[in-house]
Design a protein around this ligand. Sequence first.
Ligand SMILES: [Zn+2]
Length: 398
Amino acid sequence: MKMLKLNSKLLSVILLMLILAISCSKDTMDAAPGPDPNPDFEDIPVLDITSKATLTVSKDNPDGPDGVEGSTRLVDGDTTTKFLIKDFSLVNIDFQFDSSKLVASYQFTTGNDFDGRDPMDWKFYGSMDGKDWTLLDSRMGMQFRQRRTNYRFYFENDQGYTYYRWQVAKVYGADMFQASEFRLIQMPPSAQKAEPISWVDSTSKDGLKLIFVNHSEKENLSYQSMLTNTFFTVYPKLLETYNPDALKRIYFIVDPSYDGVAYSFGDVLVFSYDYMEAHPDEGDVAVHEIMHKIQNGYEGDVPGWLTEGIADYVRYRFGIDNPDSWSLPDYSPDQHYDDSYRVTARFLVWIENHKNRDFVQELDAALREGTNYKDFWVRILGKNIDELWAEYGGNPGL
Ligand SMILES: [Zn+2]
């Protein structure tokens, strides 16, 4: 009797789960309502239909739409002209057709200069009435390595819309936006595809946000969780030690088109896909680069070798899994303090071990105030940098 009761309970639970499963899948099937696809769309050609649309923008160039860098330049078919917006904030670039069109691709052409003005995050929408918008495509962490070059994006769309909107939310690293051309491409369903591929993951923790963008075709990168963990472990310590006002929202971008190791720009940190695939254990590459975010705000004339030396010093001090392939090189007489990176870093470690334990923390603060580094050396250590380097050379043990 007891057994039977239990079984009927179990049975009702299973039944309930079944009902839930069926209703869930039904919801999913009904999730994309709307009119049936127009069968005529199969007969349409792949065609640039930009010239059939009327363009309006939510913010134009100060000289107006017909100015030398006005919005009409975006669609004039000439990649030697460009549309430029000053004091950039989110902008809607709208195209209105006189009848519905099936757009499933768009082409963006970079400006002639300053890649910091390139769009980085955007959404692309369609609308029947110019009021209710349907999201068709979304991109984050985009970068463009060539000037005046066409970049084509594809997505899948089986609905014709009268209005299309390119909504640029963020530029790569400037206060201006520019684009030479933006073209809308009509495509029949049979010709549609979804590319270029990119995978975006956002992680928030302790007031920090990391947006991880993977532009490779490989969905799962073995080092993604390691880089993410390195960021959330080390970056709070760097904020606390050096600069609590540094950026709280950072992009990590894995880029197959970049052939270096990694670099920092604005709120972006770019890792070479090829390098990371070959060195999947080097999470501390991120430590050097995130220190550059902390260094934002150095005033005055700070030499590059010192900035890089401090970043490698920080990798040495705060790195969590430096592999055997990365360590500070022993001193040799042919080195000089401005050799940058690890050579400078080792000199800084030596100064801390022998002279002043807080030297780099104080140096970082002084550089942020615009203090000349040579003056700082004398003020804190009582000797100039050349004298200290000579002393280091005579007794270089850490
Ligand atoms: Zn660097």
